[in-house]
Design a binder for this molecule. Structure first.
Ligand SMILES: NC(=O)c1ccc[n+]([C@@H]2O[C@H](COP(=O)([O-])OP(=O)(O)OC[C@H]3O[C@@H](n4cnc5c(N)ncnc54)[C@H](O)[C@@H]3O)[C@@H](O)[C@H]2O)c1
Length: 384
């Protein structure tokens, strides 16, 4: 009989808590946690009631009880931690982005395959039930050939020069900020929904707030908005607050996306719309239980999340009956359920149903093309 999986969570911030909660909801044991230091580890294990606190990442890798590691740390740590965990024979579920360069990500794809381990990147937005439904409808030809793909992801949590987070610093977040942090969710979504590939990009990036006030101390994600005046120091910012990117797809479709972390009033406003040769579909993260269907020959429709109205093959992604709203934490539970079912099935070479390390690698290739386009101006072909 197969052993029940036991998980170690690395990182005790926004995502450390979200992963812990979602794993428990699907009945997977969170066995241990590692924070940035002994104090954070002790506080987080006590807060979440996690049995074991680790003293180091080496100790996590050496723990024979651990089946899988969830990496919920700042971006610059992902590649090295994923590599060490895979080498120690652990399955890895890594937060996005998978690494800070495509070369690191390519190495991880190979290593996971070689070691015969499951390896996922948490592009969690795929797991809203209406996004699963949209994909099923697009893949079965309901909107015809996708032609125009539009999307926007705007937030306001870094709107003020006093707003601070590690993502602002390239050494921690990577050289691209809005593109790496939220743009990769968008590009992942458009390609996953349609099955298309992005072949070329043209990008315009800018930093509207070139100097920010950095608090002398750590700031957990999104908590900066609630912070009262603290001691700060002025720091020059080189990562982008805004990006606008034109896209070309391998079927000739065209796309345009707008990304920002300085749009007052927009909290986590990701929306996409796809216009096909027969019909259109649109979805918005802040109203995630609805999908808009657009037609030329009849009135438009609004589908409300209801498993009874969903395509049979994606019904399982709705955890509750119609009229019972599902949201952000549910997407983590549904993703992790796919991940652990895949591990339980035992064939690690089969195409995974979840966002894989190969998907994470492709996102980094796209990021590098975006960066090159923004620097030199003009279209850049995506390699890989
Ligand atoms: N999938 C999503 O929807 C989503 C949403 C938010 C963040 N993320 C990703 O999750 C990751 C974490 O982001 P967050 O918002 O939780 O950040 P956060 O700052 O809230 O938490 C990061 C945690 O990692 C800890 N940490 C730092 N260095 C460490 C080390 N060496 N060992 C162990 N712990 C360490 C920090 O102390 C903190 O507890 C990022 O890569 C981010 O891109 C994904």
């Amino acid at each position: 009989m197969q052993q029940k999986p036991k998980v170690a969570i690395i990182g005790a911030g926004f995502m450390g808590g979200a992963h812990t909660e979602a794993l428990r909801r699907i009945g997977v044991e969170v066995h241990g946690l590692l924070g940035v230091d002994a104090e954070e580890t002790a506080k987080a294990t006590a807060r979440f009631g996690i049995p074991k606190g680790y003293a180091s990442f080496d100790e996590v890798c050496a723990d024979a009880d651990i089946t899988a590691v969830h990496l919920c740390t700042p971006n610059y740590l992902h590649a090295a931690q994923a590599k060490a965990a895979l080498q120690a024979g652990k399955h890895v579920l890594c937060e996005k982005p998978l690494a800070t360069t495509s070369a690191e990500a390519a190495e991880l794809v190979q290593l996971a395959r070689q070691k015969n381990l499951a390896a996922a990147v948490n592009y969690s937005i795929r797991y809203y039930p209406m996004n699963q439904e949209a994909r099923a409808r697009i893949q079965s030809g309901m909107i015809g050939e996708p032609r125009i793909l539009h999307a926007e992801y705007c937030q306001d949590w870094l709107f003020l020069p006093t707003d601070w987070n590690w993502r602002l610093e390239p050494q921690q977040g990577g050289e691209l900020r809005v593109v790496g942090d939220i743009g990769t969710h968008v590009m992942d979504m458009l390609t996953w929904l349609t099955g298309l590939e992005i072949t070329a990009v043209m990008a315009d990036l800018t930093t509207f707030i070139p100097t920010r006030q950095r608090p002398k101390g750590e700031v957990e994600t999104f908590s900066g908005k609630l912070q009262t005046a603290a001691e700060t120091e002025a720091v020059s910012i080189h990562t982008e607050d805004f990006a606008s990117i034109l896209l070309r797809f391998n079927n000739g479709a065209r796309g345009v996306i707008t990304l920002s972390q300085v749009s007052a009033g927009r909290k986590n406003n990701f929306w996409w719309e796809i216009n096909g040769s027969k019909a259109s579909l649109a979805w918005r993260q802040e109203e995630p239980n609805e999908m808009w269907l657009g037609y030329r020959e009849k009135p438009n429709e609004l589908l409300l999340k209801d498993p009874a109205l969903m395509q049979p093959e994606v019904r399982r992604y709705a955890a509750y009956p119609g009229g019972h709203a599902e949201g952000y934490p549910d997407t983590f539970a549904r993703h992790f359920a796919d991940f652990y079912a895949y591990i339980a099935a035992g064939d690690m070479q089969r195409k995974p149903p979840f966002p894989s390390f190969a998907d994470g690698w492709r996102e980094l290739l796209l990021c590098e093309a975006v960066q090159q386009s923004a620097r030199q101006g003009g279209w850049v072909q995506v390699s890989g």
